[in-house]
Write a protein that binds this ligand. Sequence first.
Ligand SMILES: Cc1cc2nc3c(=O)[nH]c(=O)nc-3n(C[C@H](O)[C@H](O)[C@H](O)COP(=O)(O)OP(=O)(O)OC[C@H]3O[C@@H](n4cnc5c(N)ncnc54)[C@H](O)[C@@H]3O)c2cc1C
Length: 401
Amino acid sequence: MEQMIPVVDKNKCSGCQACVNICTHGCISMEADGEGFLYPHIDHARCIGCGLCRSVCPSLRKPDMFVQQQVYAARHGQMEILLKSSSGGVFSALAEEILKEKGVVFGACFDERYRVFHQWVDNESDLDKLRRSKYVQSDIGQSYRQAHEFLEQGRRVLFVGTPCQIAGLRNYLNKDYAHLLTAQLICLGVASTGVWQRFLRENFPSTFPQEINFRKKDGGWSRYFLGFRVGRQWVAHSQKQTLAEKIFSFFSMTPAFVFHNLFLRGYLAGLFLRPSCHLCLSKDLEKRMADVTLGDLWGEWPDILTPKNKHEGVSFLGVNTPKGAEYVRKSGIKTMEIDARQAMLHNPAIFRSCIPHAKRSEFFVRWRKEPLNALLRELLGIKPFCVTLVKKIYQRFFDGK
Ligand SMILES: Cc1cc2nc3c(=O)[nH]c(=O)nc-3n(C[C@H](O)[C@H](O)[C@H](O)COP(=O)(O)OP(=O)(O)OC[C@H]3O[C@@H](n4cnc5c(N)ncnc54)[C@H](O)[C@@H]3O)c2cc1C
């Protein structure tokens, strides 16, 4: 009979897969639960009870964290790379430096069905696969083992992931390597793979998009656009549509165009995040899991977040170790030191877990039985466009608002 690793509270399991990577008998596999998240399952017929899986689990043994040293606003020097990145392109700058030193870069990419998984690259032409945020949980696979092999061969490694994945990697390695650079994302949480796949099937029933970009910058970086390329056309929606966009999408009548911002709205509202994301072990005011922290720069920074920069993207870059500082310097990325407290105040995901949406449980009771778009609209309280329009006209002309 198969069951989860004994002792681990399911609500605390981040799905980091350190247990899967460490098991030398190959008796742990990941299986999706009813909410569409992967959890480890043990084949007890093959398990010898060595306890290695428990010894590397970050929910049972959290690695020591590093005290954040400096925080910068940062941007990649090349406009082409900046526009291809989710924020200010710090990931690309660090990755380029590691590749220059003949190293290997680990990050998350899509497969042909837009499932998200971790992969390594060792040349610049493949780097674009790893660029950009995918707000769905990435499947680590055997990445910790592969990183370990490269490190033992003496190659430099950059490993990018959510803080729980960096914790999983560090526990798996169980020692520090001078030639390993870790980068954690500021992380709101990861969305359910099951919900994402269902969303794609419902909105693109016949042809899958040729490309997906969770942070398409065409309409402005700070507005959160989720873009889908269908044929040669990009259809993109911000999570907050302007009235003109609503009218346009209403008359275009294609389901993809009308509905695809629903996923981002549900994600940002905490409707279908992994349970452990609401109890994240890595949230802290001062300490971080990795050498550097990558995120968006939010807040009021009149000299930095100019209208032009707001359009193109600026990164929050936290430096947490001397090694992190060395790589930031070597990468040549443009930085400006900023007040850490103010930067964090506008980006609470760095120190506080996201609160689950009040209707999260209801969502997961109903999501497999009902059409997803309609359910998202109902639970997120999104009124049909015509109702919003009539209400706006009424308020403008009769309510004096
Ligand atoms: C799930 C998730 C939640 C996030 N939440 C926040 C937030 O609340 N606040 C904030 O400021 N920033 C958040 N970020 C980070 C932000 O979106 C950017 O990824 C970050 O600023 C790096 O941008 P960049 O321009 O330097 O690099 P990019 O070129 O955008 O590179 C992004 C990096 O993240 C890796 N990555 C992408 N998707 C995943 C994934 N699912 N799991 C693990 N690694 C992944 C890529 O491999 C790449 O290394 C989040 C990112 C993710 C993936």
